[in-house]
Ligand binder design. Structure first.
Ligand SMILES: Nc1nc2c(c(=O)[nH]1)N[C@H]1C(S)=C(S)[C@@H](COP(=O)(O)O)O[C@H]1N2
Ligand SMILES: [Mo]
Length: 173
């Protein structure tokens, strides 16, 4: 009888440990919020559309590209690197949203950082990307000391203030 209780207790402890480890390794999802009345290609009309995109969907995105960039981190020398990501306008397009020049795009990060771009900037060819890899390695989440799992890279913007890290929400108005 007593032995059984001990076994159950040990199993429970393992379960709790396993639960916490799996929670810690879970990557944040990306939310897309389209807060404008839009009409999809199939004629469906939606208001305040809310879409959640999983990490798996981002990593497997067929529109992924790898491109070179120079990173200027504060207090360090510029570093030549390579990013892999999806051009923002193509990503939004996949979810039925065609960026217009006068759209306002707000990016929110898990640490409270926020930047706002105009649709115009996102529409410039090969300019605004949602990246998930740097030099071939997946960007780590903030909880694991990384800059990801997603970061916005604005190639035409040489200063990285607007290269928002840990993006978890994109709002289009
Ligand atoms: N989420 C988030 N992104 C951010 C910041 C921040 O504080 N939080 N700082 C910005 C600023 S001011 C700079 S200079 C760069 C710094 O990035 P790095 O030093 O990690 O390369 O990230 C930009 N993106
Ligand atoms: Mo900065």
């Amino acid at each position: 009888m007593k032995k059984n209780k001990v076994i159950i207790l040990i199993a429970l402890i393992f379960l709790v440990i396993f639960f916490f480890i799996s929670q810690k390794n879970r990557l944040p999802k990306l939310s897309l919020m389209i807060s404008e009345e839009i009409i999809l290609e199939n004629g469906v009309r939606i208001e305040d559309q809310f879409i959640t995109i999983s990490t798996e969907q981002i990593y497997a995105n067929p529109n992924s590209e790898t491109f070179p960039a120079v990173v200027r981190s504060s207090g360090e020398k510029p570093v030549q690197t390579e990013y892999t990501g999806i051009e923002l306008k193509y990503l939004l397009d996949e979810y039925g949203f065609n960026v217009k020049d006068d759209n306002k795009i707000t990016f929110n990060a898990s640490d409270g950082y926020r930047i706002i771009l105009l649709g115009e900037e996102a529409n410039q060819p090969k300019n605004v990307y949602l990246v998930y890899k740097r030099d071939g390695e997946l960007l780590k989440a903030k909880s694991r000391g990384g800059k990801g799992p997603y970061q916005i890279v604005i190639r035409k913007d040489p200063f990285s203030q607007r290269w928002i890290k840990h993006v978890d929400e994109i709002i289009i108005e």
